[in-house]
Design a protein around this ligand. Structure first.
Ligand SMILES: Cc1cc2nc3c(=O)[nH]c(=O)nc-3n(C[C@H](O)[C@H](O)[C@H](O)COP(=O)(O)O)c2cc1C
Length: 414
């Protein structure tokens, strides 16, 4: 019976354990978590979502305070078009986060950074260009383009001296999205180094509509593998979404995938950035507690726990401090939804916004409990303590369980 460890993910002459811990913003996939994957010979992701805020928390910088102070005059204004990011500061924050992570790196694996195109930051092109190039300048091993089609993202890095040496990949959920991306990037004479195929059971935002349940990962992987064969392209395909055991992983490795990207099982690792109390919510979840809704202002459906505090919260939009989802015109779907409620409740009291949520604020405060579809099974991966709580696990334990387990077994901690 095969184990994940019988396979290797190859990039050029280098070989890796074919396990990638997926990016989880905002600082849910911490540097500590990513670095464990690296130490164990795999690949770990940090995320650049809300990186100025992450930097403030980790490195005692004042990026958010400074921005809030600068735009204080605009706080009660519903027009947020003035609120821009200082590109120099954004570069500084990215370089700090990436640079410090890379300095701490030990082992044979690689650290990648997850960059979501949907973080449009009131100047989509300019901010993405700074984010991508600053990560390259700070020595990141690879960049995973996510949450968007990224048709122009390779071009934004084309002048960077590391454009051809860093590993660059993209997350897609269909052959069509991949075709569009490849058509655009082929003009630069540089193909992606890996393609992550994310199915509908993943955590975070989904690359599907609300009909997500009609799709399945194995079928999409087979379609993309066939397309690659027809086009005579040899790029590692990484399967992601709902892979819970080593045996799940092996079945993808035997059917066209060169590696796996996993995340949900690591949400209850000691190294994961979620606060301890929230990890317990993930452990306790039952199948009925896991829902997919459309409250994210990005327009993508998102999976989360039903009890997530972000649902129905009615806080004032916090764009002066954050503003990561402002489109190029200073609009965000949450601002519109909030303003509709203000018309009904002009005193601003007892406001509950059901349609959309202030995702920046709630992700920042760990109040949007996004999760994968297998979250209800996390309780089966550990031991319950005398007080009824569940023991969190080391990332090493989870990683090795994926790497060495057979027959859908899950090793419990000692
Ligand atoms: C809590 C959580 C947060 C996530 N955040 C992001 C994110 O910020 N960007 C992204 O591209 N994917 C995100 N994902 C998706 C994962 O990186 C990964 O591809 C997917 O969840 C793998 O499926 P699994 O969780 O079933 O193992 C997130 C997943 C989880 C569970």
């Amino acid at each position: 019976m095969k184990r994940v460890d019988d396979f290797r993910l190859k990039f050029g002459k280098k070989e890796y354990v074919p396990l990638i811990i997926g990016g989880m913003g905002v600082d849910i996939s911490t540097a500590e978590l990513a670095l464990e994957a690296v130490r164990l010979g795999g690949i770990g992701h940090i995320s650049d979502a809300m990186v100025p805020d992450v930097s403030d928390r980790r490195f005692d910088t004042d990026f958010v305070k400074e921005k809030t102070k600068f735009y204080k005059y605009n706080i009660s204004n519903s027009d947020k078009s003035d609120v821009k990011f200082d590109l120099g500061r954004l570069a500084e924050a990215t370089k700090l986060h990436v640079g410090r992570t890379m300095e701490a790196k030990q082992g044979e694996g690689m650290v990648f950074i997850n960059c979501m195109e949907k973080l449009t930051m009131n100047a989509p092109r300019e901010t993405l260009q700074v984010r991508l190039n600053s990560a390259l300048d700070a020595g990141i091993d690879g960049i995973t383009l996510s949450a968007g089609l990224h048709l122009g993202s390779f071009a934004l890095m084309a002048d960077n001296p590391r454009f051809r040496d860093a590993k660059l990949g993209i997350i897609v959920s269909s052959v069509r999205a991949l075709q569009l991306f490849l058509r655009k990037t082929s003009r630069l004479g540089r193909l992606p180094d890996y393609i992550i195929i994310e199915g509908p059971l993943a955590g975070g935002h989904l690359g599907f509509g609300m009909d997500w349940a009609q799709y399945d990962l194995a079928t999409i992987v087979a379609e993309i593998a066939q397309f690659m064969k027809t086009e005579q392209l040899d790029i590692p395909l990484i399967a992601a979404g709902g892979i819970f055991t080593g045996s799940d992983a092996v079945s993808f490795l035997e059917n066209g995938a060169a590696g796996l990207q996993v995340a949900t099982r690591f949400t209850v690792s000691n190294e994961c950035g979620l606060p301890a109390k929230i990890k317990q919510e993930y452990f306790k979840a039952s199948e009925e507690d896991i829902i997919v809704n459309t409250i994210s202002p990005t327009g993508y459906p998102m999976r989360m726990l039903r009890s997530t505090p972000a649902i129905g919260a009615g806080i004032r939009p916090n764009c002066e401090a954050y503003g990561y989802l402002l489109d190029g015109n200073g609009s965000c779907a949450y601002i519109n939804a909030y303003n509709e409620q203000i018309v009904i409740h002009p005193d601003g009291k007892n406001i509950s916004v059901m349609d959309k949520t202030c995702l920046c604020t709630h992700m920042r405060n760990f109040n949007c409990w996004t999760c994968g579809s297998t979250t209800n099974r996390l309780k089966d991966t550990t031991r319950q303590l005398a007080d009824g709580s569940y023991r969190t696990l080391s990332a090493e334990h989870i990683f090795k369980d994926y790497q060495f387990s057979v027959d859908h077994q899950i090793a419990l901690p000692d």
